[in-house]
Design a protein around this ligand. Structure first.
Ligand code: HEC
Length: 112
């Protein structure tokens, strides 16, 4: 196989894996109803914008904010919630994509 063909195969596999994890993340966020506090597109309502947070924070801090929460301030801790814990990397990638513009607010992954 030529190097170009190998490269294209890699890209298409990566795109498929990416689409699937984005759909998983999107569904987990819907089921957990993060939008109830963070707004329809997670850009802020009673609680701050998750998209804005992803834009400025490291992956580690982003994941800790969700798993540890901040119960006194009204952010539940999602550690132990299998739905969120099992998809935490995909959730981080989803918001990193929202923050850099590669995923649109209106995107409904897996339903296109
Ligand atoms: C009951 C309301 C509520 C729900 C539901 C909720 N959050 Fe939050 N969240 C908050 C509040 C309030 C804060 C701000 C806490 C603070 O001031 O430190 C917050 C903070 C955050 C932060 C840190 C943002 C920052 O600027 O400090 C992240 C990331 C986050 N939430 C993600 C999520 C995700 C993902 C979900 C769903 C799995 C979710 N939240 C569900 C209320 C909520």
């Amino acid at each position: 196989m030529t190097r170009v063909a190998v490269c294209m195969l890699g890209v298409s596999l990566a795109a498929r894996v990416h689409a699937q994890t984005t759909a998983d993340a999107w569904r987990a966020l819907r089921v957990a109803d993060c939008a109830r506090c963070h707004g329809k597109d997670y850009e802020g309502l009673a609680a701050p914008s998750i998209v804005g947070f992803a834009r400025t924070q490291s992956r580690e801090r982003f994941i800790a904010a969700i798993l540890d929460g901040n119960p006194p301030m009204g952010m539940p801790a999602y550690r132990g919630n299998a739905l969120i814990e099992n998809h935490i990397d995909a959730i981080h990638r989803y918001f990193a994509g929202r923050a850099d513009g590669s995923i649109a607010a209106s995107a409904t992954p897996g339903r296109e």
